[in-house]
Write a protein of this length. Structure first.
Length: 428
């Protein structure tokens, strides 16, 4: 039986309309076969050898990796142990301190409020936080007593500058030496966890401190995203912790991401290992910056939007998949695709931060940056202080995460080797 061409065309059109739209009903991150997404299983086995080798050589106690392409998890493995006594094998669902990977989540929260018309990127921060009305810029510093002189800032710091680390705020521990001393003298607390401070107090102190430079003139990595977290609290009327759980974690199904872990999940937190005399030992005290490394196990009151969260590989991969999906996951839209585009494009112009640029909460790989390891230009990425790293590549539709929790003596090229081997496994 023959059908008229018009009938066939209409039939095909109707069939196409019934298919699930990309990134809507088929947007879940599921396990899949490497060959089904154009990756080589045998080449991914090289990743096994590299990560196991890092354990065998004594570089790390334990290490985990996750690789996804086209929404399919094709690599999800852990190597080594999760304790100093070598008695518990590391598991895929163990929980890591993700430190500065918190920044991306805080940035998404801010952009959700942006989409609701509750703030604009070039709004002055003082519109929401009055303590930032009269900002000053450091002009001279006396290391003998941490005294300083400053001049009035020539412009207001903005929400956009908080997102791009261009306000002139530094860090309390490993930032610029002069500002570190000033921050310490003024009592600015560590932003990894505290049961004595809250974000409001942190912001009030920060508003009295000088900037490293005039707003917008340089990229200076610092406490910007913590202040952004306080803006979110003021604008939304709820704590940053509540906003994250109600507006991001619950819709995405991120069940293992917290500022402070519930007691039933304490046993899944990986210790921070430190290289002491060539031996990796679990570190439970305070480090040289005054950070108590067991902060996720406490009942803290400080919700550090710049570095406070702990999470799992899978939870964070889901968050990144939402971004690759254009702001939607499991049918829940957090952001529009145009806002995702805004966040993952260069927002610092010609300001220098090495070979790459910075968007709204993410480092953005440039064509020059692509030449280093082959990671595609347009990839957005960052990492955490204790050895976690991630990237998401929109062009190749790849997500990569490699997690350890360690300080002192972790080889700097381990994550780079992981990235290289992921792209070497492309087989299409």
């Amino acid at each position: 039986m023959r059908f008229p061409k018009l009938f066939v065309a209409l039939l095909l059109l109707g069939f196409a309309c019934q298919q699930p739209a990309k990134n809507q009903s088929s947007d879940l991150l599921l396990e899949g076969n490497p060959s089904s997404v154009g990756m080589s299983a045998s080449r991914l086995e090289r990743v096994d050898q590299m990560l196991q080798g890092a354990v065998d050589s004594g570089y790390v106690k334990g290490i985990s990796g996750l690789i996804a392409r086209n929404g399919k998890i094709v690599y999800y493995k852990s190597f080594g142990v999760a304790d100093e006594q070598n008695s518990r094998p590391l598991k895929n669902d163990d929980i890591y301190r993700i430190a500065s990977q918190t920044k991306a989540i805080t940035s998404v929260a801010a952009m959700m409020l942006f989409e609701e018309g509750k703030l604009l990127l070039d709004d002055p921060v003082e519109k929401y936080l009055s303590e930032f009305k009269n900002m000053e810029v450091l002009t001279a510093f006396d290391p003998s007593d941490s005294s300083y002189t400053a001049t009035k800032a020539n412009k207001k710091i903005t929400i956009r500058q908080l997102l791009t680390h261009t306000t002139g705020m530094s860090y309390f521990g490993f930032g610029m030496n002069d500002l570190r001393s000033i921050y310490a003298k003024k009592g600015l607390p560590c932003d990894f966890g505290s049961d004595q401070f809250d974000l409001a107090t942190f912001s009030e102190i920060a508003g009295t401190l000088p900037l490293a430079h005039q707003p917008g003139e340089h990229f200076t990595y610092g406490i910007n995203t913590d202040i952004l977290g306080r803006v979110i609290e003021v604008v939304s009327g709820v704590s940053l912790d509540a906003f994250f759980h109600e507006r991001i974690f619950q819709p995405l199904g991120m069940k293992d991401t917290y500022f402070y872990l519930p007691e039933e999940k304490h046993g899944r937190l990986i210790p921070v290992f430190a290289n002491e005399g060539g031996v990796l030992k679990a570190y439970h005290g305070r480090d040289e910056y005054g950070v108590g490394l067991d902060y996720p196990l406490s009942q803290g009151s400080f919700y550090g939007g710049g570095a406070g969260l702990s999470s799992t590989l899978k939870d964070y991969a889901v968050f990144l998949q939402m971004m690759l999906n254009g702001g939607i996951y499991n049918g829940k839209r957090l952001l529009s695709r145009r806002t995702v585009d805004l966040m993952t494009s260069n927002q610092i112009g010609d300001l220098n931060m090495g070979d790459n640029k910075f968007g709204l909460g993410f480092e953005i790989v440039t064509e020059k940056g692509q030449q280093q390891l082959g990671v595609t230009a347009g990839t957005f990425r960052w990492g955490g202080y204790y050895g976690t790293t991630y990237w998401a590549d929109p062009e190749e539709d790849i997500i990569g995460l490699c997690f350890v929790n360690q300080r002192k003596g972790m080889p700097g090229n381990l994550h780079d080797r992981f990235r290289v081997m992921v792209y070497a496994a492309l087989d299409d």
